[in-house]
Write a protein that binds this ligand. Structure first.
Ligand SMILES: NC(=O)c1ccc[n+]([C@@H]2O[C@H](COP(=O)([O-])OP(=O)(O)OC[C@H]3O[C@@H](n4cnc5c(N)ncnc54)[C@H](OP(=O)(O)O)[C@@H]3O)[C@@H](O)[C@H]2O)c1
Length: 256
């Protein structure tokens, strides 16, 4: 028998930004693969909708209304998980946002907001989860980066810098924690229709520019991301470490 299991049965995953978009889809995909899911965002009503779907799949959902830029909120989440003896097998650092200012217009406030949401939070969640996974003998950490962290796009310099840093952070954590049985990998999406991108994608000219550089000639559908997210969370990826898997319809492989 060579085929390892893609099942997440018996595992618990924490997904940040699980109220809508990509995080919502991954949280539900994990429940479909058998995992219980800890879901985090600032909007209780969104989390309740995600939780209802997770529970309809026969998995448990644990809701945390929290701001990932607030380190006290992160502490509180892990204290609660510890006090309820909920072990963490999988962490997905997904919460993210963007303000698309031109480099010459970026303010200090924008810089801090984007950095704290996209990068700083992913580090503190990883540190907290990594310590527990080390004690437990292993785990899987997945970061959601972006094609924008690999090539220069019109997404804004601060966002792109956070995503490039996430790709590097993923490699460094993988290097330090590989010996503890912790795999740290990243998923780098190209354009997916979510509340973050729907206005951009509704602009026909912008959409056509995207499709022109996408070999598969379409934007991503959320299940296109859930497959890789389940793979990287399951034992099927046990020897994959420090990698960024671009889920991009081939966008990043082109030369001329
Ligand atoms: N969509 C794309 O095409 C695309 C492409 C490449 C990479 N990505 C990355 O994929 C990730 C998800 O993007 P998305 O398109 O799904 O975005 P989205 O639709 O805007 O959803 C973002 C989620 O993150 C949560 N969030 C944002 N700031 C937060 C904070 N400070 N504290 C707690 N939760 C917070 C939001 O909930 P609240 O606002 O209610 O807190 C929401 O649930 C991001 O890291 C993004 O950069 C997306």
């Amino acid at each position: 028998m060579y085929l390892p299991s893609f099942s997440l049965k018996g595992k618990t995953a924490l997904v940040t930004g699980a109220g809508r978009g990509i995080g919502h889809a991954i949280a539900i995909g994990y429940a479909e693969a058998g995992a219980d899911v800890v879901i985090v965002s600032r909007t209780q009503s969104d989390l309740e909708k995600t939780a209802e779907i997770i529970e309809s799949k026969g998995s448990k959902a644990y809701i945390f209304e929290a701001d990932v830029t607030n380190k006290d909120h992160i502490e509180k989440i892990f204290e609660t998980l510890d006090s309820k003896k909920i072990r963490l097998d999988i962490l997905v650092n997904n919460a993210g946002m963007n303000i698309r200012s031109k480099a010459m217009d970026v303010s200090d406030e924008e810089w801090n907001t984007i950095m704290n949401t996209n990068l700083r939070s992913a580090f503190w969640f990883s540190q907290k989860a990594g310590k527990r996974m080390k004690e437990a003998g292993g785990g899987k950490i997945i970061t959601i980066s972006s094609v924008a962290g690999h090539v220069a796009l019109r997404t804004g310099v601060v966002y792109a810098s956070t995503k490039a840093a996430i790709i590097q952070m993923t490699k460094n954590l993988a290097l330090e924690w590989g010996e503890y049985g912790i795999n740290v990998n990243s998923i780098g999406p190209w354009y997916f229709k979510t509340p973050l991108t729907e206005k951009l994608l509704a602009n026909e000219e912008y959409l056509n520019d995207i499709l022109a550089v996408t070999p598969q000639k379409r934007v991503g559908e959320l299940p296109d991301l859930v497959g890789p997210a389940v793979f990287l969370a399951s034992e099927a990826s046990n020897y994959v470490n420090g990698q960024t898997l671009f889920v991009d319809g081939g966008m990043t492989i082109q030369g001329f």
